[in-house]
Design a protein around this ligand. Structure first.
Ligand SMILES: [Zn+2]
Length: 184
């Protein structure tokens, strides 16, 4: 998950700064600062654009920076408080995988066609990673609509690139729901 810490802006914050404009992926978002008085001086925080709470770190989710409490998936809380094999669990796995393989930030529902291969990445590997993400999205959708809870070994078979459905064309994985457990 892409994030920004207030310390990354320290060089450009002075006594009069009230906020900053963050540029990312061709977009701009303006963020306000808040100041908390200390015994000597003050400390600068981000003011979350959604809830207004003071925070040191903002996370990019759905094309918008927000505090940890305003994120749908908490990257620190991780998978502890979610049903294993359910939609939140799969969403978390997808975010982890996307960071690991270089896809980075994405919007739910995941759509492979929004992630063309960047320069320098191997095409076969990139498409395999997209297939893993699209397959997980397929499973997440089924969890949302049918309350399906997936066996962990089925999720693992996809994450590890071993499930036979990963050989399906990407558009098929996007447009149809499959019984992924049959691909073990
Ligand atoms: Zn917030």
């Amino acid at each position: 998950m892409i994030s920004i810490h207030i310390s990354e802006l320290s060089g450009s914050i002075n006594d009069k700064s009230t906020g900053a404009i963050i540029e990312f992926e061709g977009k701009r978002q303006s963020i306000h600062f808040s100041r908390v008085k200390l015994k000597f001086g003050y400390r600068v925080f981000f003011s979350c654009p959604l809830c207004g709470k003071n925070c040191e770190r903002l996370f990019l989710e759905k094309g918008f920076y927000r505090c940890i409490h305003c994120c749908s998936v908490n990257p620190y809380k991780g998978i502890k408080n979610t049903t294993k094999g359910g939609d939140d669990y799969i969403a978390y796995k997808m975010q982890r995988f996307a960071v690991k393989c270089g896809i980075g930030q994405f919007d739910f529902p995941f759509d492979y066609s929004k992630h063309p291969k960047p320069k320098g990445k191997h095409l076969d590997r990139w498409e395999k990673n997209l297939a893993i993400m699209q397959c997980l999205e397929n499973m997440r959708t089924q969890s949302i609509f049918y309350k399906k809870i997936w066996k962990l070994k089925v999720i693992q078979s996809v994450e590890q690139g071993k499930n036979r459905f990963l050989d399906y064309p990407l558009w098929k994985l996007k447009d149809n729901l499959y019984m992924i457990e049959k691909g073990l």
